[in-house]
Design a protein around this ligand. Structure first.
Ligand code: C2O
Ligand code: CU
Length: 481
């Protein structure tokens, strides 16, 4: 009840303060990072790739610290699902928790009824089996609960995993999973006795800002590598904290993909902002025997000129030590280009909508599971202007689609994006194309991915309709009150 529907939490939050965290130089990297296992799958009689995913409670060893947690097929986080464009998949999502949850496929283009948003609840003991055809370019996506009012709690306890999509393009990037193509699920946590802190931090306006950084559920992690180039698939799976990623020695790296897939070409950067929910793939070069530390810096230390504020911006973290072997396997050089990116064309836009983010609301309204906020026509493109009208940083995530960020322009915002950060006062201009399928009754979500904000109501619902069709009425979720 504490987590539902705001109000009391905000009041407690204003009284809750914490000291700045600075772990730079203080982390003794002593735990080998685990790589999430690839989920096994089978093919059913219809040729569909079938995965099983079970949410349950357990105890997880984070490396020198054990806590009660939730996970998929294990005590914490979940296996990496992997499928290819054109394949049909089924995921049997079984809920062995004591409470209702959902599983949302963040970044996936799929029918709304399969989306795993707050309407597709999975009650304790139940199995939900969404099925869809993978129909989008290769990308690093992820999955996590989306129960309205409880998303922050369920994700924080450990329910999250990666969903990688492959396609037929061979971009010439390192691609050996866990060897030179390594997923890194980044999360800040606070420990409290033998649990994760669900106390004061959880009740602040922002939500949890942990005082430790975990990678794939491991504290003080190092990653052994044995190739000259290493591809890191970064996911910010934190509840609230935006990360400002740099290497401690300021070495450059190449950004090759953002949320929804490859960029047009590698972009050489020295820093990268990653807000909750966002993904980025970077390729970094190492020299034999060296150690390179991935760090999150304060905003004023962002080398690429970021102007603004973000959640947790007064903190600095040493996140991961990359340990290069004494002898490295040569890697093929990075290609100069990856080819065209499938993006909406703003010149085709049929209308512009504005979304003002302020307090716990979008356009003055709190999330209502029974209200459709937007009906977009299948096959059309729209401009969505997202305005942060608040003193607080937010970001904006849209289900089902991958948008083109028209403004602001930067390498980190290029390519196919589903989650975009907005510092106070900032206006984002997005081109959004609704490819369908249409379903006037089942909505997709758009929302702030600071999970406390989302739970408190900074979320809206859109349906995709056929030309001339009217939006219907969403079936109110069973848990709604
Ligand atoms: Cu990653 Cu609507 O969520
Ligand atoms: Cu927000």
């Amino acid at each position: 009840a504490l987590l539902c529907c705001g109000g009391a939490g905000a009041a407690i939050g204003t009284a809750w303060t914490r000291a700045d965290t600075d772990t730079v130089g203080a982390v003794d990297f002593r735990n080998a990072v685990r790589v999430p296992p690839l989920a096994t799958s089978r093919t059913d009689g219809d040729g569909r790739r079938v995965f099983d995913l079970t949410a349950r409670a357990g105890r997880h060893d984070f490396g020198g610290r054990t806590a009660t947690t939730w996970g998929f097929d294990g005590a914490y986080l979940g296996p990496t699902l992997r499928a290819k464009r054109g394949e049909r998949v089924v995921v049997n999502v079984r809920n062995e928790l004591a409470e209702t949850t959902t599983v949302h496929w963040h970044g996936m283009h799929l029918p709304a009824v399969m989306d795993g948003g707050p309407h597709q609840v999975v009650t304790p003991g139940e199995t939900w089996s969404p099925t869809w055809r993978i129909d989008q370019p290769a990308a690093t996506l992820w999955y996590h609960p989306h129960l309205h009012g409880a998303t922050a709690d369920h994700v924080y306890r450990g329910l999250a995993g990666l969903f990688l999509i492959d396609d037929d393009t061979a971009p010439g990037l390192p691609a050996r999973y866990g060897v030179d193509d390594v997923p890194l699920v980044l999360q800040d946590k606070s420990f409290d006795g033998d649990g994760l802190d669900n106390g004061g931090a959880f009740l602040s306006d922002v939500g949890v800002l942990g005082d430790e950084m975990l990678v794939n559920g491991v504290r003080a992690p190092y990653l052994d590598v044995r190739t000259e180039l290493v591809r890191l698939r970064l996911l910010n799976a934190g509840n609230a904290r935006t990360l400002n990623l740099v290497f401690a020695d300021a070495r450059p790296f190449d950004l090759v993909a953002t949320d929804g897939g490859l960029l047009d070409r590698p972009h050489r950067l020295t820093g990268l902002l990653l807000s909750p929910g966002e993904r980025a793939e970077v390729v970094v070069r190492v020299r034999p025997g060296e150690r390179a530390v991935l760090r999150s810096e304060r905003p004023d230390r962002h080398p690429d000129g970021f102007q603004g504020r973000f959640q947790g911006g007064s903190d600095r973290f040493d996140i991961l030590q990359v340990r290069a072997a004494g002898t490295l396997e040569p890697s093929p050089p990075l290609p100069a280009a990856f080819g065209p990116v499938d993006l909406p064309d703003p010149a085709q836009a049929v209308r512009t909508r504005t979304f003002d983010l302020s307090g716990t609301r979008i356009n003055g309204a709190n999330m209502d599971l029974g209200r459709i906020d937007v009906a977009a026509t299948r096959g059309t493109t729209e401009i969505w202007e997202v305005r942060n009208r608040d003193g607080s940083p937010h970001n904006f995530h849209v289900h089902d689609v991958q948008v083109r960020v028209i403004d602001p322009v930067s390498p980190a915002l290029s390519g196919r994006k589903d989650t975009v950060f907005a510092t106070p006062g900032q206006v984002l201009r997005l081109a959004v194309r609704f490819d369908g399928p249409a379903d006037p009754n089942v909505p997709y979500m758009y929302h702030c991915h600071v999970l406390r904000h989302e739970d408190n109501g900074m979320m809206g619902q859109f349906v995709v309709v056929e030309p001339g069709q009217r939006p219907g009425t969403p079936p109110r979720a069973r848990h709604d009150h």
